[in-house]
Write a protein that binds this ligand. Structure first.
Ligand SMILES: [Zn+2]
Length: 241
């Protein structure tokens, strides 16, 4: 986190959103603002953003949110590398996405793995281009309080930890509901508030219903309120040390 005297810099919730749901993210902006929360949007297919989406994304960046990279065509990294090689992965999937975001004015210093698919080889590759990467923990474990130890990164380890694992807080996808028990996530937030460091979470669209993975505004507000109640600031990836 950036050292600014107006807020504690030693603990944070890193709330992140993936894919290309720019209009829904922009609609949620007042909710973030009301909690003083800054988040990270990991954007894929930057070449497919329309003018309005670019304008909205710029406004989110102006509000202090971080814009990161999520690949050009949302390819799963290890599979793409196995099929086409490391060079092709960077040349066809990563560099065009990064260049596309930079052309739009977003430095995109962090990358989130599509489908959280990663390995040590892809980590090494991508860390030549990005300061930090976001992977994931199995979504089925988010109710399990023991997840807190995996999700929580202590402050003293943060400078060296270039790959942060997040947990999904999505409410569902299409007609499928993922269940309301976020016991592991809540335990991780408490642990982070108590001991310092960060916990990383991810979602996709923000909507009451959507065919894609989505978190409801009500759940989002509950999470923001929980972090706020623990005096745990919500910051973007670009604010990490
Ligand atoms: Zn994705």
């Amino acid at each position: 986190m950036t050292e600014r005297p107006d807020r504690p810099a030693d603990r944070a919730l890193l709330l992140t959103f993936d894919d290309r749901h720019v209009r829904a993210w922009a609609a949620a902006a007042p909710l973030f603002t009301s909690y003083g929360a800054r988040v990270t949007f990991f954007v894929c297919e930057p070449d497919r953003l329309d003018r309005d989406e670019v304008r909205l994304l710029r406004r989110l960046a102006d509000d202090g949110h971080t814009i990161g990279c999520h690949g050009l065509r949302h390819e799963r990294a290890p599979e793409f590398v196995a099929a086409h090689g490391a060079g092709a992965y960077l040349d066809r999937e990563v560099v065009p996405a990064l260049d596309g975001l930079r052309r739009l004015g977003f430095p995109a210093r962090a990358f989130a793995y599509p489908c959280s698919a990663r390995d040590q080889n892809t980590d090494r590759l991508l860390l030549t281009l990005f300061e930090r990467l976001r992977g994931g923990v199995p979504v089925g474990r988010r109710a399990d309080p023991s997840l807190a130890a995996e999700l929580h990164v202590p402050a003293r380890e943060l400078a060296d930890r270039r790959v942060l694992l997040g947990c999904s807080v999505d409410s569902g996808r299409g007609t499928l509901a993922y269940g309301d028990d976020l016991g592991g996530v809540e335990a991780a937030l408490r642990r982070t508030a108590e001991h310092g460091g960060v916990t990383t979470l991810y979602a996709h669209c923000v909507a009451d219903a959507h065919e894609a993975n989505h978190v409801t505004p009500a759940r989002l507000e509950k999470l923001l309120a929980a972090a706020d109640g623990m005096s745990l600031p919500c910051v973007g990836f670009d604010e990490l040390p």
